[in-house]
Design a protein around this ligand. Sequence first.
Ligand code: PGA
Length: 249
Amino acid sequence: MRTPIIAGNWKMYKSVKESINFANQLNEKLKSVKDREIVIAPTFLATALVVDALRFSNIQVATQDAHWENEGAFTGNISPLSLKELGVKFVILGHSEKRQYDNETDERVNRKLKNVLKDGLKAIVCVGETLQEREAGKTEKVVETQVSGCFEGIGLGDLSNIVIAYEPVWAIGTGKNATPEQANEVHAFIRSLIAKKYNAEAAGNIRIQYGGSVKPENIKQLMAQPDIDGALVGGASLKVESFEALVKF
Ligand code: PGA
């Protein structure tokens, strides 16, 4: 049994005050939810205050990145150890916007993943192909390279602390979501990669979220697919009613 996991990625939206306010409203709306995991990823600056606002809540806080070292001469970076100290539970790694704008690579995601896990945090590892890659029939090849690079040297015992997010780049923020069948096909493929690298049990246990224009109107059909275990949501996670509807799909 894989518990559904619904995560909101706020990207660079909401001021610190708006974030706290929003977290308080979500807390009120979602406190009765028991059968699914809820995660929100505010901006870094809002993180500490949002964690405080949600201290006794069923909503866990994630960040949208973290560094591969816990300290050092890395100007402008964020130590996962400090995140752990604050009470952050998850770190999103390898998001396509980090790959696109900040030169994130599978190798760096892999180093970050190892460090984040070592510090006792959980990770959401994002993979997904561009439109060009999909149209060239390279989706599986791209996803396989990403999974293999990101999971290099990650032990079986760490898998329970990792969630994979399949986010086709062409569906992010575009309003064009993958059809439930299209998404499920790639999810099943990712699960087969985990079975090959680890074993069938690990593949059966790992949760794979879909991301890319998930909305209250399409989440039910996506979640009805056998290999879709949750959603990583950008735009539709920024309004209380909408995120509430997503969580309570
Ligand atoms: P979207 O973003 O829901 O706005 O498409 C998803 C994501 O980037 O995680």
